[in-house]
Design a protein around this ligand. Structure first.
Ligand code: SF4
Ligand code: SF4
Length: 235
């Protein structure tokens, strides 16, 4: 979702209010069966359905471990501040979201290397992720231009905000790490940060290699190709 854009209906809001799941600190909907690895869909109707109640808050497994924030290279969710909203007379809260451009840049595949340099999303690009909200919009045009020059890969979403209308979705780490069992969350976090970084072959395929190998791989690229993946420091 782009900065400043709010959809007319929030699947998440409907889901917590109607008892599908709870808000995790991430603001994602979490469920005791599948954690937050779920996809929501809504139907708009004028049928006179009987409303269902929210789930009891004491059944919310979120213990604010914040591993969902640790796996988010974009820093989308504020680690301290929460927001509270009232839906149908009941209060709900979750971690305050920063600029939507954060998730758009990282989750949308425009860049993916974590600031540690040790792991990445499935994006092979490694442009610097800004720290401040106000710098994200400025980072979009050049990273979109590089994205358009890279070989394409399968999958993605329709989105009219990107030239060509297709976004190569490369993250959802915050969804995948979250599980009702904290030990599973920890194991998933470890798996991610020890899994290396993603590079792209000329045919568009991607694979994970060690951070050191990736640096050498990028350095060995012809300059014009390398510019599609990273900013090249002036010699
Ligand atoms: S990862 Fe931890 S803090 Fe984040 S939503 Fe899941 S349980 Fe809550
Ligand atoms: S999808 Fe990725 S970039 Fe977007 S909020 Fe989740 S972890 Fe962060």
């Amino acid at each position: 979702m782009a900065a400043g854009y709010a959809p007319p209906i929030s699947h998440r809001y409907l889901a917590v209010r109607s008892g599908i799941g709870h808000f995790g600190y991430s603001g994602n909907i979490i469920t005791k069966e599948y954690g937050s690895a779920i996809v929501l869909a809504s139907v708009v109707t004028d049928a006179e359905l009987i409303p269902t109640d929210p789930l009891p808050e004491e059944e919310n497994y979120c213990d604010e471990c914040k591993l969902c924030l640790s796996v988010c290279s974009s820093g989308y969710v504020d680690p301290v501040e929460k927001v509270t909203l009232t839906l149908g007379g009941k209060e709900f809260s979750y971690g305050k979201r920063r600029s939507n451009s954060r998730c758009f840049l990282v989750c949308g595949g425009l860049t993916g290397l974590n600031a540690s340099g040790k792991w990445s999303t499935w994006s092979p690009a490694r442009f610097k992720i800004p720290e401040k909200d106000e710098d994200f919009t400025a980072a979009l045009p050049s990273t979109i231009e590089a994205y358009l020059g890279r070989p394409k890969f399968e999958g993605g979403f329709f989105i009219c905000l990107i030239p060509g209308s297709r976004m190569e979705y490369t993250c959802s780490n915050c969804h995948f790490v979250c599980h009702p069992d904290k030990e599973v969350r920890k194991a998933r976090y470890k798996m991610l940060i020890e899994s290396g970084v993603v590079i792209q072959e000329p045919d568009g395929s991607r694979r994970a290699i060690s951070p050191e190998e990736a640096k050498e791989y990028l350095k060995s690229m012809p300059l014009e190709r390398r510019k599609l993946y990273e900013s090249i420091p002036e010699e």
